[in-house]
Design a binder for this molecule. Structure first.
Ligand SMILES: Cc1ncc(COP(=O)(O)O)c(C=O)c1O
Length: 279
């Protein structure tokens, strides 16, 4: 699939890197840069393009009928896949967790449906085994959250767009983004967990420069927390662009605490990845 035109005409690549200022780090001579992958596209935003690009690029109608993947009722990954498939003329299928749902259950699902994604709703029990309906056996499968070797390879472009830096911070869900970044740089990468999945993440063969930080999950995945919400609101006021509490909020919170606690050496130049997710 030739996606060069799509990248050139529709996406903001390379995404900009901007420095943000705060007494907390400027007083220590630490510089914080943000890789604004959230600006790549309003829908295929943040790490979504990085992770999906190689699946779309290597897709061929000579071997597969379309692309199939898995996710919950609000999956950013499926939403991006549905839009990409619609834009590039690739049929897509979403296997959705929750048999009680329909295409009209939320605006996400109805939009994905209108982009032509075939939605299949299955029970939470069945979802665990990630079944592929027989009608779609000829579809290329992308794992839940976009995790996979092609996704990991897709992070090479992000790393090649970065300025010179000492340390990098990124949020971890499936781990594809953090592993992909760490694989393409020799510099240390801090992957901030957003769910209690250290064991699953460490079951992958992790690059030795990837350090997993698990102290900022705030209970469990996506759990609302007033302190975190306030942190995100104040971040927006100070720096002029939004972050959300589930991924980038937890990551920036961890980064700020690490600086406050003296875990980051003075004069370090660090880059935080804005992986998108702001709705
Ligand atoms: C906004 C945002 N940031 C970070 C992540 C975590 O990325 P990964 O699953 O590659 O670890 C996700 C999940 O895909 C996400 O939606």
């Amino acid at each position: 699939m030739d996606i060069a035109n799509f990248e050139f005409n529709e996406l903001h690549l390379p995404s900009p890197t901007e420095e943000i200022f705060d007494e907390c780090w400027n007083s220590k001579g630490i510089q914080v840069f943000v890789k604004r992958d959230d600006l790549i596209h309003p829908i295929i935003s943040g790490n979504k393009w990085r992770k999906l690009k190689n699946y779309l690029q290597t897709f061929s109608f000579s071997t597969h009928s379309g692309l199939l993947s898995f996710g919950g009722a609000y999956s950013n990954h499926l939403y991006a896949l549905a839009f990409a498939g619609h834009s590039l003329g690739i049929p897509t299928v979403g296997i959705i967790r929750g048999e009680e749902l329909t295409a009209g259950s939320n605006t996400y699902l109805s939009q994905m449906n209108s982009w032509g994604m075939q939605l299949h709703f299955i029970s939470r029990t069945d979802y665990r085994s990630k079944p592929i309906p027989s009608a779609y056996e000829n579809y290329a499968v992308i794992a839940e959250g976009g995790f996979g070797e092609l996704a990991i390879q897709g992070l090479e472009n992000l790393v090649s767009e970065l300025p010179v830096f000492d340390l990098i911070y990124t949020a971890v869900g499936t781990g594809a983004t953090a592993i992909g970044i760490a694989k393409h740089t020799k510099k240390p990468v801090i992957g901030v967990l957003t769910l209690n999945n250290r064991t699953e993440i460490e079951a992958h063969s992790l690059p030795t420069n990837l350090n997993i930080e698990d102290a900022y999950v705030f209970g469990k995945y996506a759990k609302q927390n007033d302190e975190l919400d306030l942190f995100c609101a104040e971040f927006y006021q100070k720096h002029g662009f939004p972050i959300e509490p589930i991924y980038t909020g937890r990551m920036f919170y961890a980064l700020t605490e690490h600086i406050k606690n003296g875990h980051i050496a003075p004069n370090t130049k660090l880059v935080a990845i804005h992986t998108g997710g702001v709705k």
